[in-house]
Unconditional design. Structure first.
Length: 294
């Protein structure tokens, strides 16, 4: 069965729909969804909450759902500090954390963090290699003057899902991660990526990574709303409109379940969905109905 998670509402949606993070997290858990998620944003020109604080809030009022970051960007932080944030969230959530890992975000975010954008790839690989030992409480030489860094309390390693639909992301997932986590991709690209992951996993003598897809839920939206959502995706992600309009999860619960079923056949076992537009609770109810059908 494909598991379904939902992105918790943004600050603007919380204000508009009078729905804070605590109530939203409880709502998703009680509806029967499998996970709740937040993005990791620093300075993007919109109101956002710090992801580990927001997810710690969600963890405190739930018991069952996984707590996920979609996606955490370790490379814009000092590595030991990133490990401390991750370990703390894993600890307070009772080891329910799924750590999406990415190296993206606009260059304005990197400027705000005072980290060169050109270093994002090297710093991300370094983080994926060093984080397991840092989280386990082992001494880690971070290359600075002085003794190795050793953090406590030690925690179990959360699942690392490497974000992005790229050859580099699939290599990182197969070599250093536990899952591949592309967003807004057609089912055909998931199937192609699965084949590449199998080859890479064999090369690195590691298990084939889990595949999780990110997407947008717009169940029940009319044609005008879907066109508006597609235009926003096309502009925000730099993709052709014809591609963007095919990606939101629209239609009835039966139609949405059929589409997610095709992703499952292509190799995906998780779907993490943001809500297109407003009516966040209604979309959670819709996704719960889809999950029941799956």
């Amino acid at each position: 069965m494909m598991k379904i998670g939902v992105i918790l509402p943004s600050v603007d949606v919380q204000r508009t729909e009078h729905l804070d993070l605590r109530a939203a997290a409880r709502y998703a858990e009680e509806a029967g969804l499998d996970s709740v998620w937040m993005g990791d944003h620093l300075a993007i020109g919109a109101a956002t909450l710090e992801a580990t604080i927001g997810l710690a809030t969600a963890a405190a009022v739930t018991e069952r759902v996984a707590i996920g970051v979609s996606v955490f960007v370790p490379a814009i932080r000092p590595l030991a500090w990133a490990a401390k944030q991750i370990a703390s969230l894993q600890y307070v959530s009772g080891e329910r954390l799924i750590l999406g890992v990415g190296s993206g975000g606009g260059d304005e975010q990197w400027r705000a963090a005072e980290v060169p954008f050109a270093e994002r790839g090297r710093r991300t690989d370094r983080a994926l290699r060093a984080l397991p030992d840092l989280l386990a409480g082992k001494p880690v030489d971070l290359g600075a003057d002085g003794p190795a860094v050793q953090l406590a309390p030690a925690v179990a390693r959360p699942r690392f899902w490497v974000g992005n639909d790229s050859a580099v992301a699939r290599r990182r997932a197969a070599q250093l991660g536990d899952g591949w986590f592309p967003s807004l991709v057609p089912v055909e690209e998931v199937a192609t990526g699965r084949d590449q992951l199998e080859e890479l996993a064999d090369r690195y003598a590691r298990p084939v990574p889990t595949i999780a897809i990110g997407g947008v839920s717009a169940g029940g939206a009319d044609d005008a709303a879907i066109r508006g959502l597609a235009a926003g995706l096309a502009g925000g992600y730099g993709m052709p409109y014809d591609r963007a309009v095919s990606l939101p999860l629209t239609g009835t619960a039966e139609q949405a379940a059929d589409r997610l079923g095709r992703y499952a056949e292509a190799g995906a076992s998780h779907a993490v969905l943001g809500v297109g537009g407003t009516e966040w609770r209604a979309q959670v109810d819709h996704l719960a109905a889809v999950r029941a059908l799956l």
